[in-house]
Write a protein that binds this ligand. Structure first.
Ligand code: ATP
Ligand code: MG
Length: 229
C-alpha cells in the first residue's frame, strides 16, 4: 500500500507525520519503505538515524516518482511517501500512484485556500484513476483555539473531504523527536499525550495495520487495594 503525505503548503507537518507513520508501521511488524520526495530530506535523515531497518529512497522530481514508485510497491507492505512543500507537480505525481492520500493541514486561517487547492489535485487524480486514491485530511499543530479547528472542519466539509477524527496537537515533543533520533512514543511521560494522539490517528487511518500496542499502557496511579482480611 502506498500512503502519500501531501500538501503543497510548506511546514504543515508532512515530514513529521511521515517519519512517525513509517516507524509506527514498522513497529507493528510490517515491512516499510520511506520514499522521501522532498529535497530537504528531513524525514529520511531522521528515520535512517532512528530506525535504520526502514529502507529509504529519494525521489527528486515527478518523473522519478511516476517511474519508480510503482516498482517499490512490491518491495514492502507499506510505502510511506513524504511529499514536498512547494513543487505541486511532485505532489500530483504522488497522487497518481498513492492508495491513500493523507493531507496534513494546520488549523489556521491561512490554510483553507491551500486545502481547496490540494483537494482539487486529489479530485483530478480520482477522476483519472477511477476514484483512487482515498483521501483524508489531518488537522495538525492544533492549539487551544477551538474555533479555528471548527473552521477547518467546516472548510473540509464544504469540499466534501473527510477529516480524521483524531487531531494532532501543537506539542514540543513532535519537534524534539527528530533531533533526539527517536519517536514520540519512546520519549517517556513528557511525550505521553503526543504518543497517545498519534497512535489514535494511525489506528484510525489504517485499522488493518494494527497488530501491536506501540504506546505503553498508562500507569494507573493510586494505592494498591489491600486484600480483605
Ligand atoms: N504537531 C506539532 N507540534 C509542534 N511542532 C510540530 C508539529 N508538527 C510539526 N512540527 C514542527 O513544525 C515544523 C514543520 O513540520 P514538518 O517539517 O513536518 O512540515 P512539512 O509539511 O514536512 O514541511 P515542508 O513542507 O517544508 O516539507 C518542524 O520544525 C516540525 O518539527
Ligand atoms: Mg517536509
Amino acid at each position: 500500500m502506498i500512503i502519500a503525505l501531501v500538501n503543497s503548503k510548506g511546514g504543515v507537518g508532512k515530514s513529521t507525520l511521515a517519519g512517525n507513520l513509517a516507524a509506527w508501521l514498522h513497529e507493528q511488524g510490517h515491512s516499510v519503505i520511506l520514499a522521501d520526495c522532498d529535497a530537504q530530506k528531513s524525514s529520511s535523515q531522521w528515520v535512517q538515524e532512528a530506525k535504520p531497518d526502514i529502507q529509504v529512497f529519494h525521489f527528486a522530481n515527478s518523473d522519478e516518482i511516476l517511474d519508480s514508485l510503482p516498482v517499490l510497491r512490491d518491495k514492502a507492505d507499506y510505502i510511506v511517501a513524504d511529499g514536498p512543500g512547494s513543487q505541486t507537480e511532485t505532489s500530483r505525481a504522488l497522487l497518481m500512484w498513492a492508495d491513500l492520500a493523507v493531507i496534513p493541514c494546520k488549523a489556521s486561517m491561512f490554510e483553507a485556500r491551500a486545502l481547496a487547492m490540494n483537494t482539487a489535485f486529489v479530485r483530478q487524480a480520482q477522476a483519472i484513476r477511477n476514484g483512487q486514491p482515498d483521501a483524508i485530511a489531518v488537522l495538525t499543530m492544533v492549539g487551544r483555539d477551538y474555533r479555528l479547528t471548527k473552521d477547518m472542519r467546516d472548510a473540509a466539509a464544504s469540499l466534501e473531504l473527510t477529516v480524521a477524527e483524531a487531531p494532532i496537537g501543537l506539542r514540543q515533543a513532535y519537534a524534539d523527536a527528530p533531533g533526539q533520533a527517536t519517536f514520540v512514543w519512546k520519549m517517556g511521560s513528557s511525550a505521553r499525550d503526543a504518543a497517545e494522539e498519534i497512535d489514535a490517528l494511525f489506528r484510525e487511518l489504517l485499522p488493518e495495520a494494527c497488530t501491536e500496542n506501540v504506546v505503553p499502557m498508562r500507569r494507573v496511579r493510586g494505592r494498591k487495594k489491600r486484600a480483605n482480611g
